[in-house]
Design a protein around this ligand. Structure first.
Ligand code: PLP
Length: 381
C-alpha cells in the first residue's frame, strides 16, 4: 500500500506506542484518586502538559486536553461565545473551515449568533480586508484555520490576529493541519485559542488539545467533575494524553527536516502529475501551502472514481475532507475558491507524510495516469 492521505490520519509512531503502553498496562489508575497509584497517572498527565507547553512555548496551565480536534474546536467556539454572550452575539469565520468549525458556527447561528463567513481568494487565502470589515463592536470571536485540510493553503493568521486584537476580539486558530508539520507557537501566530489533534501527527486518535491563553474567557462544554481546571469534565485519557505529548515532541523536533524532504517530494509529485495528466491544475498553487499537500483538478474524471481506481492499485488518496466522503456535493472549500462544480468534483487530494518514499511518487503517477486515461475513455464529464 502507498498511503498518501496523511491529512486524514497518520499511523501511530512506534515510539509513541511504547510511551503509551505503561499507562494502558500497569499505571492504569485514575488521576483524580488521592493514593499513590492514582497520583502516578496524575503525574503522567502533568508531565505531558509540561511537554506540550514546551513545544508550544506557552504555560502548562494554558494547555487543555480534549477528545480530539473536533472537540477542541467546539470548546473554543461554543465556550467563548457562551462566556461572552453579554458582550455580543457575533462571530467571524471563513468560508473554508473544516466541518468541526463550519458546522459548529452553523449551530451557533441556529441559536441566534450572527456569523460572518469571510470569502477567500482564487488561491484559497482568507480575505484579510473582509475580516477587518466584518469585525464589529458586538464581535466576540474570530476563528480562522491555520492551514486548510483540503488544499494545504496557509492562512495569514498573524495579520488576522492583529486585526482581532485591535478590536479586543479573541482569536481561535484551528491548527489541526499544521501541528507537527510546521513549528507551532501560538504567541507568534497571535492565537488566543489554538486546536490540535494527535492523530494528525502520528499520535493516537481521539485525543487533542486546546491552547487557551491565560485570561481568555471560556465556558465549559461538559458538565461533570473539575477535571482540566473545570473546563473539560471527564476522567483523563491518560495513555492518549501521554501519546499526544510524545508524538508532538517527536514531530516538532523533526518538523523542519521533514518539511524540506516531504516538500520536495510533493513538488516532484505535482510536476509529474501535471506532465502526465493533460489539463491537470493545482488548487492554491500561488499561495503558501503546508509542504505535504497537493490538491489537483483532473478534468474529465470524477474525483471519487479516481480514489476508487487508485485503491485498486493499492494507493490511498482522498477527494478532500474525510468527513465529507460519500457527500456528492462539490467541496465547499473549492467552491469558495471559485472553482466550478465540475472541476471541484474532478479534484483529488494527495497528502504525503513521514513514510512517503521517492519511489512511491513514480508508482503513484503511473497508476494515476492509467486510471485517468481509463476513466476519460468512458466518462461523459
Ligand atoms: N480541523 C481540521 C482542519 C481537520 O483537518 C480535522 C480533521 O480532519 C479536524 C479539525 C478534526 O479533528 P479530529 O479528527 O481530531 O476530530
Amino acid at each position: 500500500m502507498i498511503y498518501l492521505d496523511h491529512n486524514a490520519t497518520t499511523p501511530l509512531d512506534p515510539r509513541v506506542f511504547e510511551a503509551m503502553l505503561p499507562y494502558l498496562r500497569e499505571a492504569w489508575g485514575n488521576p483524580s484518586s488521592p493514593y499513590r497509584f492514582g497520583q502516578e497517572a496524575r503525574a503522567a498527565v502533568e508531565r505531558a502538559r509540561n511537554r506540550v507547553a514546551e513545544c508550544l512555548g506557552c504555560r502548562p496551565a494554558e494547555v487543555l486536553f480534549t477528545g480530539g480536534g473536533t472537540e477542541a474546536d467546539n470548546l473554543a467556539l461554543r465556550g467563548v461565545t457562551r462566556a461572552l454572550r453579554d458582550r455580543g452575539r457575533h462571530v467571524v469565520t471563513s468560508a473554508i473551515e473544516h466541518p468541526a468549525v463550519l458546522r459548529t458556527c452553523k449551530a451557533l447561528e441556529a441559536d441566534g449568533v450572527r456569523v460572518t463567513w469571510a470569502e477567500v481568494s482564487g488561491d484559497g487565502v482568507v480575505d484579510v480586508a473582509a475580516v477587518g470589515r466584518a469585525l464589529g463592536s458586538d464581535t466576540v470571536l474570530l476563528s480562522v484555520m491555520h492551514a486548510n485540510n483540503e488544499t494545504g493553503v496557509l492562512q495569514p493568521v498573524a495579520e488576522l490576529a492583529e486585526l482581532a486584537h485591535a478590536r479586543g476580539v479573541p482569536f481561535h486558530v484551528d491548527a489541526v493541519q499544521t501541528a507537527g508539520k510546521l513549528p507551532l507557537r501560538p504567541a507568534a501566530l497571535g492565537a488566543d485559542l489554538l486546536a490540535l489533534s494527535a492523530h494528525k501527527f502520528h499520535g493516537p486518535k481521539g485525543v487533542g488539545a486546546l491552547f487557551v491563553r491565560s485570561g481568555t474567557p471560556l465556558h465549559p462544554l461538559l458538565t461533570g467533575g473539575e477535571h482540566e481546571r473545570g473546563l473539560r469534565a471527564g476522567t483523563e485519557n491518560v495513555a492518549g494524553i501521554v501519546g499526544l505529548a510524545e508524538a508532538l515532541a517527536l514531530a516538532q523536533a523533526e518538523a523542519q527536516a521533514e518539511a524540506a524532504r516531504v516538500g520536495a517530494l510533493r513538488d516532484r509529485l505535482e510536476r509529474a502529475i501535471l506532465a502526465a495528466v493533460p489539463g491537470a491544475r493545482v488548487h492554491g498553487a500561488g499561495a503558501p501551502r503546508v509542504p505535504n499537500t497537493t490538491n489537483l483538478a483532473l478534468p474529465g474524471v470524477d474525483g471519487e472514481s479516481v480514489v476508487v481506481g487508485l485503491d485498486l492499485h493499492g494507493v490511498c488518496v482522498s477527494t478532500g475532507s474525510a468527513c465529507s466522503t460519500g457527500d456528492p456535493a462539490p467541496s465547499h472549500v473549492l467552491t469558495a475558491m471559485g472553482v466550478p462544480p465540475r472541476e471541484a468534483q474532478s479534484s483529488v487530494r494527495f497528502s504525503l507524510g513521514r513514510d512517503t518514499r521517492p519511489e512511491d511518487i513514480d508508482t503513484v503517477v503511473r497508476a494515476l495516469a492509467e486510471v485517468v486515461a481509463r476513466l476519460r475513455a468512458v466518462s461523459s464529464l
